[in-house]
Design a protein around this ligand. Structure first.
Ligand code: 13P
Length: 260
């Protein structure tokens, strides 16, 4: 029997948005979310500068908000950086850490991602820790080794109690923004592997939400979210349209999970 975990769908706007367009999107999502099944939690991770706008427009709604990164430093002379405590000032529920775009374009190491995870936790913001392999790594059969090492680097610096508070997102790099989602079998296989790795850290850690990300769209979301170890999604492009994002959220109801 599979334990029923509640579902979580989080939008990652990446570097998209402007004040006027954001207002329409945030209001549309907040309003549409009222009709979602009670077991689906929803969040949107916006560029730092729009956290105040998200707080103003989503406060009191069912939709949480968050950032797409936090600094590895608590405070200090780090020009351009934004601390987890600053994000927390705007009541952010989530902070994405270790997204593959940051690992690839900003040279973020597994150790740095681990420190960022600690910073978010210390500030009371739930870190969404992203892991994922490149196409080359998948084709050479290294997927589990790569995502396992990425997850282990984070788990190594956390207590069992802390680890139980994170969210993990599996995002195969080759599926991000390409329109080429992992198949449900490919995704479930990696999720089951990650679930076992989390369970090895402690009984409390086994049930952390495991999100899938990479070309999730309204037409493939339900099948992905039905898998035993897929607890929801981290949504890029499709989170920029209220209707598409809400359709994906609606597909995430836990009642649809298969036993595994
Ligand atoms: P897409 O949904 O646009 O493929 O992006 C996925 C992603 O990177 C979410 O963090």
């Amino acid at each position: 029997m599979t334990k029923q975990r509640s579902k979580l769908v989080v939008g990652n706007w990446k570097m998209h948005g402007r004040l006027a367009a954001n207002a329409a999107l945030l209001e549309g999502v907040a309003q549409g979310a009222q009709a979602l099944p009670a077991d689906v939690r929803v969040g949107v991770c916006v560029p730092f500068v729009y956290l105040a706008q998200a707080q103003a427009l989503l406060g009191g709604s069912r939709v949480a908000w968050g950032s797409q990164d936090v600094s590895a430093h608590e405070q200090g002379a780090y020009t351009g950086e934004v601390a987890a405590g600053m994000v927390a000032d705007f009541e952010a529920g989530f902070a994405i850490v270790g997204h593959s775009e940051r690992r690839a374009y900003h040279g973020e190491s597994p150790e740095l991602v681990a420190v960022k995870t600690q910073r978010a936790l210390a500030a009371g913001v739930t870190p969404i820790v992203c892991v994922g392999e490149t196409l080359e790594e998948r084709e050479s059969g290294a997927t589990e080794q790569v995502v396992g090492a990425q997850l282990d680097a984070v788990l190594a610096v956390l207590s069992e109690q802390e680890a139980a508070q994170i969210v993990v997102a599996y995002e195969p790099v080759w599926a991000i923004g390409t329109g080429r989602s992992a198949t449900t079998q490919q995704a479930q296989q990696v999720h089951a592997f990650l679930r076992a790795r989390l369970a090895a850290k402690g009984a409390n850690v086994a049930d952390v939400p495991l999100l899938y990300g990479g070309s999730v769209k309204p037409d493939n979301a339900a099948e992905l979210f039905r898998q035993a170890d897929i607890d929801g999604g981290l949504i890029g492009g499709a989170s920029l349209k209220a209707q598409d994002f809400l359709a994906i959220c609606a597909a995430a109801t836990a009642g649809a999970s298969v036993a595994g």
